[in-house]
Design a protein around this ligand. Structure first.
Ligand code: ARG
Length: 587
């Protein structure tokens, strides 16, 4: 029998089905299957305890009843599971060597792995709204988190069978344009042919104009007028606006290219500017929004804070804002794109905005009888410098993303140079790119996203500990092993023999938890669980490798151990790619 790859889900279903046939067990009982303490088993079900408490019965007896029913259920013997009732009433399961071998056999290649994960988000259409910088400014270090987390989540969601749309919701219709246009009129502006340079100069111009406006109310007024003219469609302003956005996008594109990020949609806030009237009408008509001193607002009176602090959706001067375009975007995505789930990746300071937005959508969609989308705000903490404050350059400016990536690559290049001076230069370059960008990315994904973390070059570029270089090196070493054996990992797609030694079995037992890790990431959209898992897998592999000689033993042994290496490589590479890292065959 071919076992399913996601053993946790399969066991949950088996336990539920078996319990449902016993008298007195509720249909909706949750067996709470979890990975077990490896000393006692592979998986364990803790759900009997809560049920026993609720029914005031002896948990060990109840667990024994279920264990009996499982053992006599059809096909039990073929599952290769050893079952015990342990502790106060847990069910502990241990996969026998044949069952481990069957799992490894099923987990043949990338396709079979994906097939075994597909049920997690089966065909669900999910839009990931991430990166989303405000145009006319360079991307800075703050954008790395949204871009890296968003890309990892998009990839993990697709691995889990979702139909993913990546949307870069640019802030391209904001008040920054009033000041910029005023500045361009005052000073004149020649667009430098290199978009990166042009963008930097625009940002400088913005800063100067902003400062001047602080001190001169008349200049502020001028900026306001420019913005109104732009919004009314004045041709000259509109052309400038288009040019500024074109340049911004071109500069961003170069960074996305380096990060391997490709959006399906880059609509931006401006795309929705003609759709806001419908939002005002609908929300007012269904009494979700109300008039307040000439503005249109949404109160959430059941909420402790939003009862006093409404969501503003139309300013008293009639202008739309960030919230209006976000509401229009939700409507467009559900109606035109058929999106069922939206994931917004921004920093933690926008928590109130999204909470209010989601409450508003819920009421509005209920009132209009539309299907409710699943909405998630995936927020993240701040990147701190070594001084414990938000990271900045020495001169106190916010650090540009481009400079950060450049520095990562040059530092990685120095490491490669030191470790492997004989490599050809273009190969060193390629390795430095993968390691440098990978290190920054991985350091960003490793901490729980809602925590702040301290940015430390030496730590993230170290070959020891839970870092990108360590994991990339583990992958490269596995490739080297296959080269040495004169074999390819693809040669091991056939049946895998049951593990025979302790170290082999321990490695296999770690591997079967890969699907559970993906499910765990998806539950709360936190990729760090996958980082921890991959590191533990690499460590388990390293123990196996130091303990059991892979090459040079009797043919059966070498074949069996190489198959374990091939599966380890498959899981490490699939996991790292899902996080957005590029892996290398040589380092
Ligand atoms: N442009 C915004 C910012 O830089 C982020 C946009 C996030 N997405 C959204 N649909 N609101 O803060």
């Amino acid at each position: 029998m071919r076992p399913p790859l996601d053993l946790l889900t399969a066991l949950t279903e088996l336990l539920r089905g078996t319990a449902a046939r016993l008298s007195g067990w509720p249909d909706d009982w949750d067996p709470l299957v979890r990975p077990a303490d490896p000393r006692f088993g592979d998986l364990q079900a803790n759900g009997v305890l809560a049920l026993a408490k609720q029914r005031r019965e002896n948990p060990r007896e109840l667990a024994g009843q279920l264990a009996e029913a499982l053992r006599s259920s059809p096909g039990w013997a073929d599952r290769g599971l050893q079952l015990e009732v342990s502790g106060p009433g847990f069910l502990t399961f241990r996969l026998q060597p044949e069952a481990l071998a069957a799992w490894l056999t099923t987990c043949r290649d990338r396709e079979s792995l994906a097939a075994g994960l597909r049920h997690l988000r089966q065909g669900r259409r999910v839009l990931v709204d991430y990166s989303s910088p405000n145009t006319a400014k360079e991307m800075h270090v703050g954008h790395i988190r949204s871009t890296v987390l968003g890309e990892a989540l998009a990839r993990i969601l697709s691995l889990a069978g979702a139909e993913v749309l990546r949307d870069n919701h640019l802030g391209d219709w904001g008040t920054q344009f009033g000041l910029l246009l005023a500045g361009i009129r005052r000073e004149g502006f020649r667009f430098h042919p290199d978009p990166a340079v042009a963008l930097r100069e625009l940002e400088d111009l913005y800063r100067r104009t902003n400062q001047a406006a602080e001190n001169h109310p008349s200049q502020k007024e001028e900026a306001r007028r420019e913005l109104v003219l732009l919004q009314e469609g004045d041709e000259e302003r509109y052309r400038l606006w288009e040019e500024i956005n074109r340049i911004s996008r071109a500069a961003y594109e170069a960074l996305y290219e380096r990060l391997g990020v490709h959006f399906d949609l880059t609509l931006g806030e401006s795309f929705y500017r003609d759709q806001v009237a419908r939002i005002y009408e609908e929300l007012a008509a269904c009494d979700v929004a109300e008039d307040s001193e000439g503005a249109l607002v949404v109160f959430h009176r059941e909420h402790p804070r939003f009862a006093e602090q409404p969501l503003l959706i139309r300013k008293s001067d009639g202008a739309s804002n960030y919230a209006t375009t976000d509401l229009a975007a939700v409507l467009y995505r559900t109606e035109e794109l058929g999106v069922e789930e939206m994931v917004y990746v921004t920093d933690g300071r926008q928590q109130d905005h999204f909470e209010q937005l989601f409450l508003t959508v819920r009421k509005w969609y209920r009132a209009t009888g539309r299907a409710q989308p699943f909405l998630h705000h995936v927020w993240f903490g701040t990147i701190l410098g070594e001084d414990g404050k938000a990271i900045r350059t020495r001169s106190g400016e916010s650090l540009k993303l481009k400079e950060l990536l450049d520095e990562a690559e040059s530092r990685a290049r120095a490491v490669v140079e030191e470790k492997n001076p004989a490599l050809p230069s273009d190969e060193k370059e390629r390795i430095a790119r993968a390691v440098g960008v990978g290190a920054v990315r991985y350091a960003d994904l490793l901490p729980n996203r809602t925590h702040d973390y301290t940015f430390a070059w030496d730590r993230m570029l170290s070959f020891e500990g839970n870092t990108a270089p360590y994991l990339l090196y583990a992958v490269a070493r596995l490739h080297a092993l296959f080269r040495k054996a004169g074999r390819s990992p693809a040669d091991f797609g056939g049946p895998v023999a049951p593990p025979e030694t302790e170290a082999e079995a321990t490695l296999a037992r770690k591997m079967i938890l890969f699907p559970h890790t993906i499910a765990q990431v998806l539950q709360d959209l936190r990729p760090h669980f996958l980082c921890t898992y991959l590191y533990e897998l690499a460590e388990t592999f390293s123990t196996f490798y130091n303990h059991d000689r892979v090459l040079g033993g009797p043919p059966g042994e070498e074949e069996r151990r190489l198959a374990l290496c091939a599966r380890t490589l498959l899981l490490l590479e699939t996991g790292l790619h899902a996080l957005g890292l590029e892996t290398l065959e040589r380092m």
